[in-house]
Write a protein that binds this ligand. Structure first.
Ligand code: F6P
Ligand code: MN
Length: 290
């Protein structure tokens, strides 16, 4: 992998690219449920827990970070006497309920210079590995968003440099339509009137990869009875928010830039609108009028 970043940070990015390969190799082994739930009440797949352990154990062994927060853990893990002060936020296996039907899933990572209970704008790097027909790695260290593809020898090659989100007409809307709040319903109606095509797979990382390359908007809004939405601020919204923002797009909770929000707990959730600037401006305008 080639990129012009600090040696220690590069080492950490390479750690995740190597362990992404290990995670992908696990898909043949266990596609069943673990019989337990995570702190959000979601059923954990055996692979969720396994991927979580692979990454945590690897980070503990290399002592390459001080803080580890993952979607599968209820507390932040602090490593004793680490080599670096970095903090990492990890969604080990996003979209894991789709593994048994062979749809694309991914690993999402955000890297902070220190503690992770900080606004997303403090991140120094964010990346995701997407396990689809190809295994790809999308990365930003603040100098553009780049795509790498894994070849048959397990080496990641740069395939797209300085990606900018194009103007596109795709929308990926989560939540139940019957529970839409009025402003969100108006937003969706406006996109549909403009001819936006529906593309929602149930895997945030896969849906966002499509939006990054084809343009448009992903949204998992607040809805009736679930006003705070579903997706995790630390593990999903922030790393993906940094990537889409560095690609010239944006991420909003409908009112403000998500990357400016200081989390008060690792399990914070947030409504999400992530994609093109035009669509973000539209939802924020509609919400201001509401
Ligand atoms: O991690 C949460 C997640 O699986 C995302 O990957 C995805 O966008 C969303 O939940 C799907 O939620 P739902 O099953 O409610 O459509
Ligand atoms: Mn997830």
């Amino acid at each position: 992998m080639q990129c012009n970043v600090d040696r220690k940070l590069l080492g950490l990015i390479l750690f995740f690219s190597e362990h992404g390969k290990t995670i992908k190799s696990g898909f043949l082994k266990a596609r069943n449920k673990a019989g337990t739930k995570n702190i959000y009440g979601e059923e954990q797949m055996a692979l969720d827990k396994w991927a979580d352990e692979v990454l945590i154990n690897g980070l503990k062994k290399t002592r390459s970070v001080r803080y580890i927060a993952t979607e599968e853990q209820s507390d932040i893990i602090e490593i004793n006497d680490p080599e670096n002060e970095y903090g990492v936020v990890i969604d080990p296996l996003d979209g894991s309920s789709l593994i048994d039907v062979n749809l694309a899933v991914g690993t999402i990572v955000g890297i902070y210079p220190g503690h992770v209970l900080e606004p997303g704008e403090k991140m120094i790097a964010a990346m995701y590995i997407l396990y689809g027909p190809l295994t790809t790695l999308t990365l930003t260290t603040g100098n553009g968003v780049h795509d790498f593809v894994m070849d048959e020898n397990g080496v990641f090659f740069l395939t797209a440099k300085d990606i900018k989100i194009p103007d596109g007409r795709i929308y990926a809307p989560g939540a139940l339509r019957k529970d839409y709040l009025p402003a969100h319903a108006r937003f969706i109606e406006s996109l549909e009137n403009e001819g936006y095509k529906l593309r929602f797979s149930g895997s945030f990382v896969a849906d966002m990869h499509q939006i990054l390359h084809k343009g448009g908007i992903f949204t998992y809004p607040g809805s009736k009875g679930k006003e705070k939405g579903k997706l995790r601020l630390l593990f999903e919204a922030n790393p993906m928010g940094k990537i889409i923002t560095d690609a010239g797009g944006g991420i909003s909770n409908g009112k403000i830039d998500i990357l400016s929000i200081k989390p008060d707990a690792i399990d914070n959730i947030t409504p999400i609108y992530a994609g093109g600037k035009k669509e973000i401006e539209l939802i924020e305008k509609i919400m201001r009028k509401n």
